[in-house]
Write a protein that binds this ligand. Structure first.
Ligand code: AMP
Length: 323
């Protein structure tokens, strides 16, 4: 019997997920759960770079675990855990810190973006790719499904693994990113990358009202009601996300024939609602089972910790910390 390949990924618990998180990353977690030995985590240590309220963090962690279950991750197939239940990642991150140069990390996009925005950058933000490398390498992962904004972080992970292996002997596997081209960067209602910080999202578990509000915000041009409409527009690109191939072809024909923007928006609201309503229902189901959710996280944490400890034992020995 062929062993399944190992998959790991996580999302920061920083508030409600949006459809960019879903199509870019989270949907892949669900689609791949049968074919990989999967671990999906709540990246609570990563979230600490931007959260300073214990109450907020605690609530976000639980909410995200509920989100994972609501999108269809099956805890019988996937190890669902919270990152801080594997504190070995912080230990490994320190070891990686000591073998990574500042100029190398200064090339990371996330850091450069934060710097360009003149943000008060904490050391955690700067070290973010190192902690991420520790998460991935401690799970012995072959693949990491992510959105395209994380591509560089996986490259950094491979660089660190290679350097460690060169210095201290073969210890880590070199993981690969999996990025779906079609959903590499999901755009938001203003045409920029969909992101919580831009206020241009459609929440994954949006209420009907929130869907309507988000869609109404999408800018359109001054074309007349019966003029052909652009299928390269924000409206079309967002609508496409909710449709299968056949429905996409149909919608394209309608745009080319000339659909009014009013009707196009109504149709988008309808498609989004059809897609989101069942997710919302499943979320309500899990939100009522908090004890069960906590137990799933706890069991997953123990499993992930055990696996990480095995690798960490080897790491400590290989760097010379074990006498
Ligand atoms: P984050 O909330 O930054 O932890 O992101 C969680 C996951 O969602 C990561 O794999 C990101 O690459 C992915 N992601 C976030 N925003 C988008 C977007 N607009 N399009 C595609 N993927 C995204």
């Amino acid at each position: 019997m062929r062993m399944k390949k190992i998959l790991i990924s996580g999302v920061k618990p920083t508030g409600r997920p949006h459809i960019g998180n879903y199509f870019g990353a989270m949907k892949q977690f669900v689609d791949m759960q049968d074919d990989y030995e999967s671990s999906i985590f709540v990246a609570d240590l990563h979230a600490l770079t931007g959260i300073d309220s214990a109450q907020e963090l605690k609530s976000n962690i639980l909410e995200e675990a509920i989100d994972y279950l609501a999108i269809g991750l099956d805890p019988k197939k996937v190890t669902l855990f919270k990152q801080s239940d594997v504190p070995q990642v912080a230990e490994l991150a320190w070891i990686f810190d000591c073998m990574t140069t500042m100029p190398y990390l200064m090339r990371a996009h996330a850091f450069k973006d934060a710097e360009a925005k003149n943000k008060d950058i904490n050391v955690g933000v700067f070290n973010y790719p190192i902690l991420m490398a520790a998460d991935i390498l401690l799970s012995d992962a072959d693949v990491v499904p992510v959105g395209s904004d994380q591509k560089q972080h996986i490259e950094i992970t491979r660089d660190i693994a290679e350097k460690f292996n060169r210095l201290f002997g073969k210890t880590f596997k070199l993981p690969k990113e999996i990025i779906l081209e079609e959903f590499a960067t999901v755009i938001g209602t203003d045409g920029q990358k969909m992101s919580k910080s831009y206020g241009n999202t459609i929440p994954l578990f949006a209420t009907t009202e929130e869907i309507q509000k988000a869609v109404m915000k999408i800018p359109t041009d001054s074309k007349g009601a019966s003029d052909p409409k652009d299928t390269d527009s924000i409206l079309f690109k967002i609508h496409k996300l909710f449709l299968d191939q056949k429905e996409q072809v149909e919608l394209k024909k309608e745009y080319e024939r000339g659909i009014s923007y009013k009707e196009a928006k109504e149709k988008l609201i309808e498609s989004a609602e059809k897609f989101i309503a069942p997710l919302r229902e499943r979320r309500a189901y899990w939100a009522n089972k908090k004890e069960e959710v906590l137990k799933i996280l706890k069991d997953g944490g123990e499993k992930a910790n055990e696996r990480a400890e095995k690798i960490m034992t080897m790491v400590r020995k290989n760097v010379g910390l074990t006498l």
